[in-house]
Design a protein around this ligand. Sequence first.
Ligand code: FES
Length: 274
Amino acid sequence: MSAPADNGVGTGVQAPKRARIAERTLRTDRWWLQPLLTVLGLSAFIVYATVRSFVRTAYWVPDYHYLTPFYSPCLSTSCVEGSSHFGHWFGDLPGFIPLGFVVLPFLLGFRLTCYYYRKAYYRSVWFSPPACAVAEPHAKYTGETRLPLIIQNVHRYFFYVALIVSLINTYDAITAFHGKTGGFGFGLGNIVLLGNVVLLWAYTLSCHSCRHVTGGRLKHFSKHPVRYWIWTKVSKLNTRHMALAWTTLGTLVLTDFYVMLVASGAISDLRFVN
Ligand code: FES
């Protein structure tokens, strides 16, 4: 190994007193595969969600009251009749504004600042670093200490909004137990909507901020048995946070896709009751 060159520039592998190695990595395995899959998965979701949020078609099934989560809550007079569960707060919206615009920025912010997604896109998009023992291309590392990445610290506030959004999605899922001729109804769409909501709650409650809210800043767990009990449950869920982050991306797409197929008449909802 060559002697460290203390030239006083850069951070990370460029830092003074780090060994100078010409190769970017000495790893011989397929270390690039995981970052590649991550960027493909995230890109696919972003493209799908963006297109669906703007098309303004097939997002509401009037017969069964199925509403896709990408358009919930629908608060403008541009929303099709029946889809505005919480009334019309706004008039008609121009086509370049998604109908679910009230919560979309918060949902995006919640995901973008999520601790797991940060790890994923820091590695796969910014190569900072792309993998263990693979040098990053950047000469300097400033972390989350200044703009724009210092914004990551507002994650806990996005978490609070995400709780409200989860409540709204829950209301939508309950409202969807609606029969074609009124009253109670139950179909495959209800299972899809309900499954999505349950997993969204699991993802939201497994958030690191939730863990801190429930059990953080306590000096003695023994004096706060209820918070300690909640914290242990949230902590268990937290160990599945990465899996839930990916699963909920999938269930969001699946739910929207199913509603789109039924709303557009491409398929009929499989009905068990009414
Ligand atoms: Fe992932 Fe909060 S850490 S949602």
